[in-house]
Ligand binder design. Structure first.
Ligand SMILES: [Zn+2]
Length: 282
């Protein structure tokens, strides 16, 4: 089994440029935004660029294709207009996921802001229920593990589990495991024993098989600090050994490893992970 190594790439120059770039830097999997990550706009995708994108991803076997919801979306928002916007974006992006044949749509569960964690969990689950009730496409929604900054939901596996428990179409919802966030949330896999505990913690709740994608980012901040600061591979507190451990693990090695490190240097991060993969001694 050879873990697939890919990256999040910008789409500012269009999907054609993005998929060409993915090929150029040797990405084996790809994540993109389908709209401006920090704004409200969503450009229409032309049939021509969609066709080019799909043909090229098949030709070069780039899979899975993952779409990420913009950062400004808050599916746990207490304010009605913000919540309504998140609902609209998730519905719209799922349609676009099917257009580009994406496998997964990744969501940050959001922040409960002025309400309580329980109310936030209720709101995210209700948003997912409203969306999934009528969605008939092939894209699976993944809730991302979060660092737990401020009122951010998803600060531990338990919170993600409690959201999933309230979702009717649970088969359409999985987990995206972000290494930086999970480490910042206090989890560790630096020894065999810790790795075993980590996997068991998931099995005791949603089950490890719910995890479909790994976001591979080193962490500028120390373990358990609840600070979300991505670093290039080997330049943070997780370190080369931490990533080697994941690449060597029977479970994690079956998942796509998708980098979300700053674009200048992401090609180098891909090479580092491929190097670690080839030296993993199995
Ligand atoms: Zn992430």
């Amino acid at each position: 089994m050879k873990p697939r190594i890919g990256a999040h790439l910008p789409i500012g120059k269009g999907l054609k440029h993005t998929i060409d770039e993915a090929v150029n830097i040797g990405a084996e999997a790809l994540q993109i935004f389908l709209r401006n990550p920090r704004g409200r706009g969503a450009r229409e995708l032309s049939g021509e660029e969609i066709d080019y994108f799909i043909t090229k991803k098949e030709e070069y076997n780039i899979n899975p294709v993952v779409v990420h919801i913009p950062y400004i979306c808050n599916p746990a928002a207490a304010k009605e207009d913000i919540y309504a916007f998140a609902l609209e974006v998730v519905e719209h992006d799922l349609i676009r996921c099917d257009q580009v044949q994406a496998d997964y749509l990744v969501l940050h569960p959001g922040s409960y802001t002025t309400s309580t964690p329980e109310q936030g969990i209720e709101r995210v689950a209700s948003l997912l229920n409203r969306v999934l009730e009528k969605y008939t496409g092939n894209t699976m929604i993944l809730l991302e593990t979060m660092a737990g900054q401020g009122t951010e939901l998803g600060r531990d596996f338990e919170e993600l589990y409690r959201i999933i428990q309230k979702v009717e179409h649970r088969e359409k919802v999985g987990i995206c495991f972000d290494t930086c966030h999970t480490f910042a949330a206090g989890y560790s896999w630096s020894t065999d024993k810790k790795m075993q505990n980590l996997l068991e913690a998931m099995d005791n709740l949603f089950g490890r098989e719910k995890v479909r994608v790994i976001h591979v980012n080193d962490s500028e901040k120390e373990q358990g600090m609840h600070r979300d600061r991505h670093a290039h591979i080997g330049q943070g507190m997780i370190g080369m050994d931490g990533f080697l451990k994941l690449l060597q693990n029977d479970f994690f090695m079956k998942l796509p490893f998708i980098l979300e490190t700053p674009f200048e240097g992401v090609a180098n991060d891909i090479n580092i992970l491929k190097e670690l993969r080839s030296n993993r001694g199995i």
